[in-house]
Design a protein around this ligand. Structure first.
Ligand code: FE2
Length: 260
């Protein structure tokens, strides 16, 4: 499995505060079957703002500590970029993508996507980036009307769902929204968004539940195959679920009625 969203890189945002704790978490992840993880620290102008050099130095330090601790999972660079007017400049100057891909993890205000959200995302699309909206199920405007997630997919955004949301860690409304998004095929990734505040938010458990409730193929797409495509910057389809009409009673044609 590949985790494309977590805050395990220490001392850069509101995630891990301690290298040892990060290493503990990475050990649990590796033991559970995570092979690659993108260390997506918040990037938020005026709050979590730093140079690319500072991020890279912290990443290299953690990669070194992980190697020394005997860990084999692949630690990749990444950011969770807060959408603000003009943020495209920071994205271009600092390359705030997921590793060497054009995929870009973005977030916005949880109390509702603001009116200028898409107008701030549009320059990213125009510049060839592939934005992924983090934890879509947690935005109040999407909770009120989950089909808004589909509207965003129609506008060439990818959607990421938090594993913890599927398990009810953020409350019932978020849990229901997350499942509606998944069951309709509007989500492309399930990730942990782990902040090293307790147990690793069980991506493994989410994979098991999706296998049970939807099917194993979908669980693999969301936790393995689509995340793996980011590694080669391969194109991920916006639509991957083809709904079949339920087989019901079919009206007979006139000739069929007469001749059987
Ligand atoms: Fe996050």
């Amino acid at each position: 499995m590949i985790d494309i969203h977590c805050h395990i890189l220490p001392n850069i945002d509101d995630g891990s505060k301690d290298t040892d704790k990060s290493l503990e978490q990475l050990k649990i992840m590796e033991a559970g079957g995570i092979e690659r993880v993108y260390l997506t620290s918040h990037y938020f102008r005026g709050h979590y703002q730093y140079s690319r050099e500072e991020y890279d130095a912290k990443l290299a330090a953690l990669q070194g500590s992980a190697r020394n601790a005997g860990l084999g999972l692949d630690l990749q660079s990444g950011f969770e970029v807060f959408v603000q007017p003009g943020i495209i400049t920071d994205i271009q100057e600092k390359n705030l993508c997921l590793s060497n891909s054009k995929y870009l993890l973005i977030e916005s205000e949880l109390n509702g996507l603001p009116g200028d959200f898409y107008s701030n995302v549009y320059p990213m699309l125009k510049a060839g980036y592939k934005p992924i909206l983090a934890h879509a199920e947690r935005y109040v405007s999407i909770m009120k009307k989950p089909s808004r997630a589909r509207d965003l997919v129609d506008k060439n955004l990818y959607i990421q769902t938090n594993a913890g949301a599927l398990l009810g860690y953020y409350g019932e409304k978020v849990r229901q929204t997350a499942w509606v998004i998944l069951e309709n095929g509007w989500s492309h990734f399930v990730a942990s968004d782990d902040h090293v505040r307790g147990d690793y938010v069980a991506l493994f458990e989410a994979h098991r539940m999706i296998s049970e409730r939807i099917d194993e193929h979908t669980a693999n797409l969301l936790c393995k195959d689509f995340p793996a495509a980011i590694g080669n910057d391969d194109k991920i389809p916006y639509t991957y679920v083809y709904v079949q009409r339920p087989k019901g009673k079919r009206r007979k044609g006139i000739l069929e009625s007469i001749f059987g």
